[in-house]
Design a protein around this ligand. Sequence first.
Ligand SMILES: *Cc1c(COP(=O)(O)O)cnc(C)c1O
Length: 348
Amino acid sequence: MLPASVLEQARDEILDWQGSSMSVMEVSHRGAPYQSIAQKAEADLRQLLLIPNEYQVLFLQGGATGQFAAIPMNLLGKKTKVAYVNTGIWSQKAMAEAKDYAEVVEVASGASSGFRHIPPEDEWHFDASSAYLHYTSNETIGGVQFHSIPDPFGIPLVSDMSSDLLSRPFDVSRFGLIYAGAQKNMGAAGVTVVIVREDLLGSAIRETPSIFNYTRQAAEKSMLNTPPTYAWYLLGLVLEWLLQEGGLSAIAKVNQQKAETLYRAIDRSSLFHNPIAPSCRSQMNIPFAMKDSSLESSFLLEAKQQGLVNLEGHRSVGGFRASIYNAMPLKGVQALVDFMVDFERRYS
Ligand SMILES: *Cc1c(COP(=O)(O)O)cnc(C)c1O
């Protein structure tokens, strides 16, 4: 979901961007007007996340999946191993891709609970000879989220924040690299944000394609080739909206309220349940299932009639999932909760 005001502004500007008589889609990415869009987006992102000066911010293509390969290619250097925390589907996809470039060490895994918990850090098997430690900040499908930043014991910390970047404030300086596809919580598909500490640049393996080479992209200000101009522009509008809303502390409060409202309703219900350990429940993606799965299709159908859509669980897990990203207002969550209570009253 994107903020309505962002979509309205994009609509209003689609034929004529700020008096240019051109759409953003039509201007040259090298021209001054587009450069101002690109630079403003970077400045706003730096302001929102308080990104220190020694970090580069890149706006790339290929999605988070592209980064699954780009990260080992760029950060492996002369090492042979990379370390991953396995918390579910997205960390597994990242690990599978990294295996083509390095030996992947699994430092911890949530498999013993069916990925319903994150193993405590004192049970992790650290490997100090790895080039970096990677974790998935929020497992979008499983609904498992880290609520503190793990200690990587001296090696660079890398995080896939595709589904929770900009949902809450955190200390960027704890990381070597952060990446996120824009389409979950930040904008539209097509642009991927990479925030990388400068001392990690310069050691890409020789086979790294130029467009995935952070050092080259940083030198070219993410314009080594034509960037995803329209997605970058939409991201910029979302960043302006977030600043107007009061920044990340303000949005984090709303996000917490939304998540608490929905979890409370699920936990009180005798029809619905959420299986995730309370200490690592996601505030962004809340999966839930019914004790009686024969009612699932009625639930989805009736929900749709109420305007409550996109509640199907991911095709790999089934059940339901409420993705309550930044742009979802509290009243949207409240409408879902009211419907769930009403549904339960009628069917039990
Ligand atoms: C969606 C998602 C991805 C994959 O993103 P693409 O941009 O489609 O490659 C990776 N990681 C997480 C956590 C995601 O939610």
